[in-house]
Write a protein that binds this ligand. Structure first.
Ligand code: NAP
Length: 282
């Protein structure tokens, strides 16, 4: 029931129609009997910062921000969490009495999903390889650095973007950039491998990843969650390696956002059950 007191939350991005966030948050809102509604709003590509700044004057409870507006959201906020300052990107805004606060839950959401699936990952994963250098790769790399990995390796089709990301993290841990043509050497050097490119997504090509050279204890992660079982994860499981899909990152970044807005830790396992049913029916 929508009432005059219903709190409004939204996902801002473009496109947003494919997103699972509305179903995920609607599930948690219902679990806790909250008077709130979460909708997806495609916003125009021109002047996103002024659109977000204008929304600050509307009485929302909070928003998630997705591609390509995370940088604009970080700029538009009145206050920024230290991680937002570091990443220069925000995926959560919360309306508070002293203004709109910006947060980034992508980085810790990825680490939380890793911890949930492999609680001992830190003992074996000293060197992590991040494939890609876009928004997801940036969040994951900062999350891993914050979680204490000793060394971060990067490989991206456009090498200069990987170098840019490496420079941003060089103060936090040892770093190295590999050429995209040198993926076998990068795979062989890592204890944890994360695909944060769009390769393997529905409708995108899936390359022949050099999984055969990965270490026997390597954990293979994919940020892609549509499909849930990517070619990368299939190849990893085929070799008997640990494999982690991208749904956990989506759920945990969302759970951290929900906690920021409502002060309630929602049920991640219930969200996974509900979202898997939706993905299977698509
Ligand atoms: P993005 O900023 O557009 O970055 C895309 C990345 O993919 C870039 O590094 C790009 O390399 C690379 N790429 C694209 N096409 C390629 C190709 N044909 N060959 C090699 N590399 C290619 O996108 P994003 O937001 O980081 O998202 C990346 C992936 O992560 C998407 O699949 C998205 O669905 C997923 N994701 C998942 C979550 C989650 O919660 N699980 C959250 C965010 C994103 P160049 O720099 O060379 O273009």
């Amino acid at each position: 029931m929508i009432t005059g007191k219903t709190s409004v939350l939204a996902l801002l991005g473009n496109p947003v129609a494919h997103s699972l966030s509305p179903e995920m948050h609607a599930g948690w809102i219902a679990d806790h009997g909250l008077d709130a509604a979460y909708v997806a709003l495609p916003i125009s590509h021109d002047a996103p910062e002024s659109t977000i700044a204008a929304l600050k004057r509307v009485g929302l409870k909070g928003v998630n921000i997705t591609v390509p507006f995370k940088e604009a959201a970080a700029h538009a906020a009145d206050r920024r969490d230290p991680l937002v300052e570091k990443l220069a990107a925000a995926n959560v805004l919360a309306w508070r009495e002293d203004g709109v606060h910006a947060f980034n839950t992508d980085a810790r959401g990825f680490v939380a999903s890793l911890e949930e699936a492999y609680p001992d990952w830190r003992t074996t994963s000293r060197t992590a390889l991040v494939l890609g250098a876009g928004g997801a790769a940036r969040g994951i790399a900062f999350g891993l650095a914050e979680a204490g990995v000793q060394s971060l390796l990067f490989a991206n089709r456009t090498r200069s973007k990987a170098e840019h990301l490496e420079q941003a993290l060089a103060a936090d841990c040892a770093t190295q950039v590999f050429d995209w043509s040198d993926l076998p050497a990068a795979f062989a050097a890592a204890d944890l491998i994360v695909n944060a490119t769009s390769l393997g997504m529905k409708g995108q090509p899936a390359p022949d990843w050099p999984i055969q050279v990965a270490k026997p204890h390597a954990i293979i992660c994919d940020a892609v969650y549509a499909p849930l079982e990517t070619e990368l994860l299939r190849a990893a499981r085929g070799r008997g390696l640990a494999a982690l899909d991208g749904l956990g990152m989506l759920i945990h970044q969302g759970a951290l956002a929900f906690e920021i807005w409502f002060g309630i830790k929602p049920d991640a396992a219930a969200a996974r059950r509900r979202l898997m049913a939706i993905l299977e029916s698509r």
